[in-house]
Design a protein around this ligand. Sequence first.
Ligand SMILES: Nc1nc2c(ncn2[C@@H]2O[C@H](COP(=O)(O)OP(=O)(O)O)[C@@H](O)[C@H]2O)c(=O)[nH]1
Ligand SMILES: [Mg+2]
Length: 236
Amino acid sequence: VCTGPWLLELTSACPGWGCPEGLSPWGAAFPKPGASHPSLPPSLQVMLVGDSGVGKTCLLVRFKDGAFLAGSFISTVGIDFRNKVLTVDGVKVKLQIWDTAGQERFRSVTHAYYRDAHALLLLYDVTNKASFDNIQAWLTEIHEYAQQDVVLMLLGNKVDSAQDRVVKREDGEKLAKEYGVPFMETSAKSGLNVELAFTAIAKELKHRSMKLPNEPKFKLHDYVKKEVRGSGCCRS
Ligand SMILES: Nc1nc2c(ncn2[C@@H]2O[C@H](COP(=O)(O)OP(=O)(O)O)[C@@H](O)[C@H]2O)c(=O)[nH]1
Ligand SMILES: [Mg+2]
């Protein structure tokens, strides 16, 4: 089972739910990678991008550990990546989430990162107008370097800071619509929509790789619209 280019990934992915002979680490019901049935890659690469300080590292820590680390501590830690396994429609999906530790200060991330990413979460900070204005520059870079079919989602983070908000929800919605990307507002502090952002991406990627012929296409936009929660106050 654990052969091929994914050897290292699979080896590390197997403990936890086992990787017995003949079975995929994604569960007995699904064929191993490389089999004739469609199947998921052993891990899906998700990358967090956006200006420095928008909350990428906090979003990752919130998703991975369910915690929020306030202050400057977290920004100096410099996480490279974290793995998390989600169960999507009964299938285990391993997300490998990359944090662009520090490089985002130059608004330019190692281009090899983009090339390998299956999905990108592009963040701005609703309390920081510049981070919102820079989204276009990020999108330009993404279009240049990422895979054509990369799953992209725009996140307006820090919606818990209602009194400091300078970017309206409608502005985020409008920009996202212009570029045809799903959008939601999040808070790494309160946890609002954090799980949803990653789950939505995992669902999209799972459906893309494992869609059965008769299965209806998964509609990421519709799913996000249906599941997204508001910040509970101040729809300014
Ligand atoms: N109020 C609030 N603060 C946040 C949120 N996410 C991050 N922060 C704070 O914003 C600062 C930058 O966060 P960090 O995750 O390091 O940003 P990064 O540079 O994009 O990785 C830190 O002081 C965090 O505590 C959030 O959702 N709400
Ligand atoms: Mg960071």
